[in-house]
Design a protein. Sequence first.
Length: 105
Amino acid sequence: MSILSIAFPAEAALPALQAFAGTAVSAVRPVVGLGIVAAFLLAFRPLLIGLLRAALLVIKPRQTLEQRSERRILQSVLLLNRMARDLDGLDPSQARELRALAARG
């Protein structure tokens, strides 16, 4: 320490203030970084959603209307056959009717 530290006490405290400021800045820096990332995601959200949907279509393309219709018919046929199987012991005539409906598709 020099004689000037007696004359200028604020300058003597300067290294401690610099250390405190450095600690505060290092604590605040990740919060600021996360804020910037959040703002970026919020600003470009429609673009990012569009890119994700396009990537999903590349991986799993949408079925055509005909394919969706065939799938719906198949599901209904399977449901009718399941119902007929359940009714086989209780009401065989009703089960036959359900199987006939399922056969028509």
